[in-house]
Design a protein around this ligand. Structure first.
Ligand code: PEP
Length: 256
């Protein structure tokens, strides 16, 4: 049984007062969520304050991105060591907004992934196809490329600290959710790719989150699918009650 991992990606939202208030509300709401792993990923400027607010509770903290070096002349970047220093145990790598808006490609993301893991962080590594790619019958080709190059060279031990987030780009922030069947098919395909490249032990243990307009009212159905091991939630994670309801859907899926 794979423990579901439910993460909130707060993106470039919330100043410190609202971020700490949201974290504190989650801390109070999620005391009974031990069947799932819960993470929030705030903006860099509030990481330390949010980590402090969540201290001793059930919710871990992650960065939304990080660089593949510890320190130095990399203006505007942040290292895994700095995320750790601010209280993070996780980071996202390869979110589609990083890929699309900031030109991050698989070779770079592979370096980031490996460096974050080597630096002691757990990683949510995002993959997913655009609408044009899906319509053009390219979904499997795109996912194969993102998995083979993005995860290239990972060891079995490193996979224990890696989660894949399957996030179809056409479902992110659009209100259009993949159907549970579409999500299950894509997750099974990704798991098959990982099995082919890294073997059954790795693929059977690997957690694959779904991301793309997950909401309290669709989470239970998505999370009930056999290869859907959690959710990466954008917009709906900015509301404590809504995110707590998604976490509870994960608890129900885990304890069924
Ligand atoms: C995301 O940012 O990873 C995401 C899935 O966003 P949303 O839930 O808003 O679609």
């Amino acid at each position: 049984m794979r423990t579901p991992v439910i993460a909130g990606n707060w993106k470039m939202n919330l100043l410190s007062g609202d971020a700490v208030a949201l974290a504190s509300a989650l801390n109070s709401a999620l005391t009974d969520a031990s069947a799932v792993e819960v993470i929030v990923c705030p903006v860099f400027t509030v990481l330390a304050a949010v980590s402090q607010a969540l201290k001793g509770g059930r919710v871990a903290v992650g960065g939304q991105n990080c660089y593949h070096d510890a320190s130095g002349a990399f203006t505007g970047e942040i290292s895994p060591q700095m995320l750790h220093d601010a209280g993070c145990t996780w980071t996202i790598v390869g979110h589609s907004e990083r890929r699309q808006l900031f030109g991050e490609a698989d070779a770079l993301l592979n370096r980031k992934l490996k460096f974050a893991l080597a630096s002691g962080l757990n990683v949510m590594f995002c993959v997913g196809e655009t609408l044009d790619e899906r319509k053009g019958g390219m979904m499997e080709t795109v996912l194969r490329q993102q998995v083979s190059e993005g995860l290239s060279g990972l060891t079995e031990a490193e996979f224990a600290n890696t989660v894949i987030a399957y996030e179809p780009v056409w479902a992110i922030g659009t209100g259009v959710t993949a159907t549970p069947e579409q999500a299950q098919d894509a997750h099974a395909f990704v798991r098959g790719l990982v099995r082919g490249q890294f073997g059954a032990t790795v693929s059977d243990g690997l957690r694959i989150q779904y991301g793309g307009s997950v909401k309290p009212d669709n989470a239970a159905d998505l999370l009930s699918r056999p290869d859907v091991d959690g959710a990466l939630v954008g917009g709906a994670s900015l509301n404590a009650e809504g995110f707590a309801a998604i976490v509870r859907a994960g608890v129900s899926a885990a304890t069924r």
